[in-house]
Write a protein that binds this ligand. Structure first.
Ligand SMILES: *Cc1c(COP(=O)(O)O)cnc(C)c1O
Length: 375
């Protein structure tokens, strides 16, 4: 049986030591034993967020934490700015609209990040905006946004700064506190290399003030319930015990290496993959490529989804397709979480073979050579 390489930007492969940890017999969550695990996982995760703010864990996919970042700090009729440069920016807008929040969209071309000056202008034109919602890595376009620069614009005014770091955390540079992020959201199945099912929110002092005046309906995702439970290192509802046990192990791994070193490693894998693509005659889609995922344009006349299918069925390598108008035009290869150098080199080898089989002309092996020079 051939090995399988899961190269998608969520879920990402779960390393063996983490899987084995999660295979141990389940324990009860209202116990000292579990609370110590949950506490250690949370404290360790704060180092990865680079925050000393509160950090809550929900049993949900990442979108649950996105919803939490809206319902806990806003009221119906509030106005927010949402940066939309891909599917996930759009999702923030969609959730807000579902709750009767007025959305001022800042639409940026897919594959590019927003110019912070545009956000400054929008804030000037829309006094009273309650919050700015944006994305660290817009996974759908494999693009990293300049959160630091946007943070400098937002911190000058009274609005909250909310960042979807679901796929960016652990791969792209991120500084929750230094960049004045009020709420950052994350999910478990991307850079944190555990299965889907957990979502996280960091909450600043400034965000807590907004919690006090927020009137949107909320129950499961109510921050106040999580804050109260956290006094006993507990969760208000049954914890996803097994996933939290896996999370603790994953975080130990990341912090043992050091988050900056982990980010540098994913960055070099991403660079290696981009150089490999160029060496075999492909072009990278994004003008501001993320270290966690790369979007690649397929050669003219070649459907990306056909290439993805060939890679999966014949070579055991799973890439992600393009979304919306990029469907069939790009494929995406992740570099985050449990994806390591071996995965990256194997993916490049398979990509070369699949492209060659599909009739694309290039020097076989050139991609691997280009990647090895970087790795
Ligand atoms: C994956 C992802 C989401 C959605 O997370 P789910 O776990 O699928 O709910 C949101 N934002 C970004 C940037 C993502 O990469």
């Amino acid at each position: 049986m051939n090995k399988k390489y899961l190269m998608t930007p969520g879920p990402t492969p779960v390393p063996e030591d983490i899987r084995l940890e999660m295979a141990k017999p389940i324990i009860h969550h209202r116990t000292k034993e579990y609370q110590a695990i949950f506490k250690e996982a949370t404290e360790g995760l704060k180092k990865i967020f680079k925050t000393s703010n509160d950090l809550f864990t929900f049993t949900s996919s990442g979108t649950g934490a996105m919803e939490a970042s809206i319902v806990n700090v806003l009221s119906a009729g509030d106005k927010i700015i949402v940066v939309r440069g891909g599917k996930f920016g759009e999702r923030f807008g969609d959730i807000a609209k579902a709750y009767g929040v007025e959305v001022v969209p800042i639409d940026v071309e897919w594959g590019t990040g927003p110019d912070p000056e545009i956000i400054r202008d929008a804030l000037k034109k829309n006094p009273g905006v309650k919050a700015v919602y944006t994305t660290l890595c817009e996974t759908s376009t494999a693009t990293v946004f300049n959160i630091k620069a946007i943070g400098e614009v937002v911190r000058a005014i009274d609005a909250l700064f909310v960042v979807d770091a679901i796929s960016g955390l652990g791969a792209d540079e991120f500084e929750n506190d230094k960049w004045a992020v009020d709420i950052a959201v994350c999910g478990s199945q991307k850079g944190l290399m555990i299965p889907p099912g957990l979502a996280f929110c960091s909450v600043s002092e400034k965000a807590w003030k907004a919690v006090e005046t927020s009137r949107l309906p909320k129950f499961y995702f109510n921050f106040k319930k999580y804050k109260k439970a956290w006094l006993d290192a507990d969760t208000p509802f049954t914890s996803a015990i097994t996933l939290v046990i896996g999370l603790k192990k994953a975080i130990e791994r990341i912090n043992a290496q050091g988050i900056d070193s982990v980010i540098a490693e994913h960055g070099s894998q991403a660079r290696a993959f981009r150089e490999a693509c160029k060496a075999i005659g492909l072009t990278v889609f994004s003008k501001s490529p993320s270290s966690g995922v790369t979007g690649v344009n397929t050669p003219a006349g070649m459907n990306a989804d056909d290439l993805i299918k060939l890679l999966k069925t014949e070579f055991g390598v799973t890439f992600a397709p393009g979304q919306e108008h990029l469907k069939g035009k790009i494929f995406r290869c992740a570099h985050m979480g449990g994806i390591d150098r071996e995965h990256t080199i194997e993916a490049i080898k398979a990509l070369e073979m699949a492209l060659s089989k599909s009739g694309h002309k290039f020097t076989i092996g050139a991609g691997v050579v280009a990647a090895e020079k970087i790795l």
